[in-house]
Design a protein around this ligand. Sequence first.
Ligand code: SIN
Length: 303
Amino acid sequence: MVDTKVNLSGVELDNPVIPASGTFGYGYEFAELYDINILGSFSFKGTTLQPRFGNPTPRIAECSEGMINSVGLQNPGVDKVISEEIPKMAKCFNKPVVANVSGFSLDEYAQVVRRLDSVPQIGIFEVNISCPNVHNGGMSFGTDPKNAADVVKRVKAETNKPVYVKLTPNVTDITEIAVACEAAGADGLSLINTLLGMRIDLKTKKPVIANKMGGFSGPAIFPVALQMVYKVYEKVNIPIIGMGGISSAEDVIEMMLAGATAVEVGAANLVNPYASRDIINDLERVMKKYNIERLCDIIGGAH
Ligand code: SIN
C-alpha cells in the first residue's frame, strides 16, 4: 500500500492532484461524470468582485500539444459564487477547496478574499496575479516584485487561511517574484500560469483569438513549468503547487521531484474530463514502478 498524502500549509490532501482553476468549474459539472471526492482538492474558477462576461469570442485556439485561451476571467462575481455556486459545489465535494481570486486593484483582491473568508469549505486561497487575458489587472501585478508583494500583504490582512500566489511565467526571472511574495507573507506559491501565445488564421490572415493573444497551456509547456518549479524551489521555503501541462501520473512524480508539494492539472481536463481521476488512479502503479512508498518523501528529490 503506497501513501499519496501531502500537506499544503496544514491542509492535508489524500493525494496531490488538484484540477486547476478555470478547467473544472465549481466541481459539480464534473460530479455528473464521477465521484470527485477522489481528488486531493480542486481550484474553482477565478472569482472577481463584480460579475464578468469575459472576452469576446473566439477565445480558444488549438495548437499541437496545447491550446491558447483568452477567457478573460468570466465568472458570476463573488456574491453569486457564495450564494449559488458554492452551495452546489458543497453537495458533491466534501473536502477543503482552493479558492482562486482575481482582481483589478489591491482593494478588489482584499474585498473578494474578505467575503470568501467566511466560507468554511475554503481551505486555501490562490491569488491569481498572472492572468494574461485582462488589461490593468491580472498579470500586471505578477510581473513586478513590489506589486506582487503589495497584493500579498493586502490579502493576508483579510484572512488567516493559507494564501498561495499564482505566478506568471511571462517574466525574466520568476524567482524574483517568488522571493518577494514569500517575504511579504505568502504561505505558498502556484506556478506556472499560462505562457503568452497567439495563432494566425491563414485564410483571414488575422489572429484566431479576438483578443489577439492568450495564454498557452498543455503538455508543450511542461518542461518550461518544470524548470521554473525547480528554480523557485531553490529560492524559497514555502510549498509550491506545480502546474503546466501535467497530464499523467509520471508528470506528477516529475513535478514533485522538481520541488512541488502538490500539482494542478489544467488543459488535460478539457481534453478528457476524466483526466484528473485517471491520473490519481494511476499514481499507485507509477509509484510502485519507481519504488516510491510515500509521495511526500520525493518533494524536491531531484535537487
Ligand atoms: C482567463 O479567465 O482568462 C484565464 C485565467 C488565467 O489565465 O489566469
